[in-house]
Design a binder for this molecule. Structure first.
Ligand SMILES: NC(=O)c1ccc[n+]([C@@H]2O[C@H](COP(=O)([O-])OP(=O)(O)OC[C@H]3O[C@@H](n4cnc5c(N)ncnc54)[C@H](OP(=O)(O)O)[C@@H]3O)[C@@H](O)[C@H]2O)c1
Length: 368
């Protein structure tokens, strides 16, 4: 079986992909950085979490510590030669998902220098048939009017984007473009929209995007139960969500097949309206959230202002109604995927809120 090498392997999307690959008996090399725990412990923990807390032994998984921006990832040359022996599929997942101005150095060094270095390591060690897959974001469209096509777009000033994260991901795509065109990199780009939970089971292990919003509303409902809160959200705009099980299935298909398009948008055909998300949260939480398209900070009460400050990231996506071309993806996937239904998004939110409640209950006796 082919070897799949994955960086940022302990992250939300990568770890679910790895869990799926291991079930299909692929050999996986997981590149994970060290924090207080070793890379091996970190990977084991995240895989156990995906598998309901069960510690499974994975003979086909090798976990290696690395440093994204260092020469040769700070991995000994012999080890790198072993990792890249034969044709491998290499997936670059590692990214800083921060977005604000004060984190700009970290965002750019991880999302731009990290990609440059990743290409360098891949180009130095991988054999000619190996493939480089970059995980991008559909939000690198920035403030584009019209349809975001599956093609390269030029680098733009920050004013063309909602935040530095989007800009850095656009810049990274263009680094890949140059390497494909000038250096013959066998490179592909997959752009994801907001990755949600599992659409069948509702299990949701991410607190990104709408789940970040849900987390804020949960904590608010606990602090100020039964409060009526206006939030700056356009109820008629929508969120493009793609379930994690769809993402992992699509990515696994890429490993299985040849003739992959250069760029694909992995997005849902049908977006979920903000009003549905808020109605679900109002049902699940002791709170009454009222979405308002026009709500100035000066007209907010103290609690509403507090939420608004915390929502600075989510807030830049509350009026979005983005359109994505998926013709390349549709040629490759061959079946129409419509994304999660309203029902499955409700199920995900239920699971997510229940997990937060359980966590809170566990912490309560300790705090008492
Ligand atoms: N989640 C989404 O909705 C979404 C949507 C569109 C695109 N994407 C893209 O999908 C990819 C994975 O996202 P995710 O949601 O799975 O994110 P995640 O859970 O935050 O994982 C990010 C991974 O990148 C690693 N990383 C961050 N900074 C690093 C650095 N300086 N050096 C080495 N590794 C570093 C993290 O390692 P540590 O754990 O050590 O920090 C982690 O393994 C990213 O490229 C993201 O842009 C995600």
């Amino acid at each position: 079986m082919k070897t799949v090498v994955i960086n940022g392997a302990n992250g939300y999307v990568a770890s679910h992909f790895i869990s799926n690959l291991l079930k299909q008996k692929y050999k996986v090399v997981a590149l994970v950085r060290t924090n207080k725990r070793s890379p091996q412990e970190r990977m084991k923990k995240v895989l156990a979490d995906i598998n309901d807390g069960e510690n499974v032994e994975y003979p086909n998984l090798k976990v290696i510590g690395y440093s994204l921006c260092d020469e040769d990832f700070s991995i000994p040359r012999d080890e790198l030669k072993r990792i890249f022996r034969g044709n491998v599929d290499y997936f670059h997942f590692a990214a800083s998902l921060k977005y604000d101005k004060k984190s700009v150095d970290e965002i750019f060094s991880t999302n731009i220098n990290g990609v440059e270095n990743s290409i360098k390591v891949f180009s130095n060690y991988a054999t000619p048939g190996s493939r480089f897959f970059y995980i991008g974001t559909a939000y690198s469209c920035g403030r584009l009017d019209g349809i975001f096509e599956e093609k390269f777009y030029e680098n733009k000033d920050i004013s063309a984007f909602r935040n530095y994260y989007e800009q850095s991901k656009r810049f990274a795509e263009n680094i890949i473009k140059v390497n494909i065109q000038k250096n013959g990199l066998n490179g592909h780009i997959v752009r994801l929209s907001q990755v949600a939970g599992n659409q069948k089971t509702g299990i949701t292990k991410t607190d990104y995007g709408i789940f970040d919003f849900a987390k804020r509303m949960f904590s608010l409902a606990n602090r100020y139960p039964n409060e009526i809160i206006r939030v700056h959200v356009d109820p008629d705009s929508s969120q493009n969500l793609i379930p994690i099980d769809t993402v992992t299935a699509h990515l696994t298909k890429m490993v299985e097949e040849t003739g992959i398009p250069e760029i694909m948008n992995f997005v849902a055909k049908k977006s979920i309206r903000n009003s549905h998300i808020i109605e679900t949260l109002n049902r699940l939480l002791p709170i009454n959230i009222i979405p308002q398209k026009k709500l100035e900070r000066r007209d907010m009460n103290a609690i509403e202002r507090l939420i608004s400050v915390g929502m600075s990231f989510t807030e830049s996506y509350i009026e979005t109604d983005l359109s994505f071309d998926t013709s390349q993806r549709d040629k490759f996937i061959h079946y129409v995927e419509t994304g999660p239904s309203n029902n499955s998004v409700s199920k995900m939110l239920e699971y997510f809120i229940e997990s937060l409640s359980k966590k809170r209950k566990k912490q309560e006796p300790a705090a008492a």
